[in-house]
Design a binder for this molecule. Structure first.
Ligand code: FE2
Length: 195
């Protein structure tokens, strides 16, 4: 995206990625065009996870990343995850928002797209109904989820701002090729399109 569309790479400041263009942190508004995003430091799924709030006069939108999902939450068993930290992030940073806050999670495995804080406070089977922290930690520690098959090269790839690490298996190397196009050729093809 950066090479082809001049996108900027924005990451949590605390990740200290030298390849990124901008670091965000809680307390400092991050502006995209005329949108103002309020970063929230919400560790637990990973130790540097951030979520983003957009506030308008009529509605608050929460982009909850992989912390709070629809009737679920992000896993906490790898990548510096910590169930206690996730519990506290969700309770302190999310469940203190208005019930009407619209929540857009990082992903959903059943094709759903949106929830609300009020709905998750009630219906989330891992966190809803004032479930105590100890019960949540137990649930998360008992999930026994399979080890993600791409994590060993996806995470290093992310921390290199999308540069493919050497350990990407052959069958997954397709997306790596695009960044191997020399910069000069990319510029030429762009000019060609405009012409
Ligand atoms: Fe994630």
């Amino acid at each position: 995206m950066k090479a082809l569309a001049s996108s900027q790479i924005v990451v949590p400041k605390m990740d200290q990625l030298s390849c990124a263009d901008l670091g965000v942190e809680e307390g400092t508004i991050f502006q995209v065009g005329n949108l103002q995003l309020h970063p929230l430091f919400t560790p637990g799924h990973t130790s540097t996870h951030h979520a983003y709030l957009i506030k308008s006069n009529t509605q608050t939108l929460l982009f909850s990343g992989d912390a709070l999902l629809i009737e679920a939450c992000g896993r906490t068993d790898f990548q510096s995850g910590d169930p206690s930290a996730l519990y506290n992030s969700i309770h302190q940073k999310f469940f203190t928002l208005e019930d009407e806050t619209l929540v857009y999670p990082g992903h959903d495995y059943e094709g759903r797209q949106i929830t609300t804080i009020g709905q998750e406070k009630q219906r989330n089977p891992r966190l809803g109904n004032n479930k105590p922290e100890q019960e949540f930690v137990q649930i998360m520690n008992d999930l026994n989820l399979p080890y993600p098959k791409k994590i060993d090269f996806a995470v290093p790839g992310n921390t290199q701002c999308g540069q493919c690490p050497d350990n990407v298996p052959e069958e997954y190397r397709g997306p790596c090729d695009i960044q191997n196009v020399p910069a000069a050729e990319r510029v030429d093809s762009k000019q060609g399109d405009q012409g």
